[in-house]
Design a protein around this ligand. Sequence first.
Ligand code: DMJ
Length: 466
Amino acid sequence: MNFTAACNIIFFYFIIAIKIYSEIQLSDEFMRNEVRKTMKEAWRAYKKDAWGYDFLAPQSHAGRNLHGLGYSIVDSLDSLLLMNLTDEFNEAREWVRTNFTMNTTVSLFEATIRCIGSFLSTYEQTGDILFLNRAKELADKMKPAFETETGIPRTLVNLNTGKCQDHNWSIGYSLLADAGSIQLEFFSLALNSGNMEYWDLAENALMAIHYLSPLPDCFIGYNNILFSERSYSVDAFGDSYFEYLAKLCLYLPQNTSGIRHSFRNAMKAATKRLGFTSRFNNLEYFATVRRGSVQHTISHLSYFLPGTLLLAASNDEENAEMYNELADSLFKTSRYLYNQITGLSGDTAIIKDKYPGYVWSDNSFKLRPEHVESLFYLWRLRKDRRAKKEAWKIFMAIRDYAFVEGGYTTIQDIDYPIVIYEDTMDSYFLSETLKYLYLIFSDDSVISLDEYVFTTQAHFLKKRLF
Ligand code: DMJ
């Protein structure tokens, strides 16, 4: 045998070995356990350097506050329960019992999705009245936010004084995503506590939004509903409003045909007004309109939409085909944007005509959950094995690139293999990203989609099948 033939044979077997290696199936149990270990590791890091703060700053081994409600502790409660991290759950419960204080100015939306959602999910799982009481106390302190002409709540509220404020960049307005995605939490609070006042507050806000067009403005005048900014988006500032339309129909299957229509009409209007296909690579995406002018951007926040569309399709035979097709197109886009050197996506891309079809306006990976959330639905609802493979790849990339000695952190540039870090581990990493990853590798009966609906912060609430 000559030298070239020998080399060819070695090369041939080398390729076969690589193929076999890449096809080796890791067991679900193994992958689930790896996610659990990461949760434990991230929790420990937070506990060591940032206990009681909203977030861990892993690079500087310190804590950071957004609203001073101990978001990482509260947001983690049901992830810790789910992953059977009992000691850690008990530490969290003790903190909630003795140290959860409410005396700062908070965003109604953030405090609702991170705290009230988590308290209620944990209450439903454990029956521990402490969590229901905390949810009520916090909601009661935020009630002044709903005292507006329209019922659309203000964005910021002081928990001590009840004084409300606007963000300084949206005076006179509330945000669509803020006013339109507190309903699961407030409805659940009403049903769990028996106090329907919480229900009415959230329903009034939703009714007021429905008074607007099928694709409501992202900035809504809270004292004059017709006050308009001409800003439309299913991405930042709009995103979870659309998510909640689809999810409310699952949470309350009775008498929700109106909400189902709103979701269908919103998707149709969004496709007509915001839907584009990129010239390079034919990627479909939803643009954003700001003050009347179109911005061809896609942010990581919008990657939730394929998953939400799959969920809507599973619950609406008539429109399933349209939702499934749209989900597939949007998946193609988010997968393309995830296909970077690190295997992770940047935070915001601007669509361009030439190769590679986009430039990043923000190329950091902020540990966000939206893509793995959509992969979770892809696995549960379609049994598409690619979802598991991709989820594992993303998890490994997070471990390889986002881990620092002090915890897990934001990567500043996903195109650059020598990683530079930003200094934040947000609580959604514990509450959402790791939870969805864990569930992708769990049996379908674990937090079954037949029984539960996930809030926008991935807290699971029991469906109300009455
Ligand atoms: C989460 O806090 C929620 O999912 C919210 O609705 C928007 N996205 C962040 C995480 O990226």
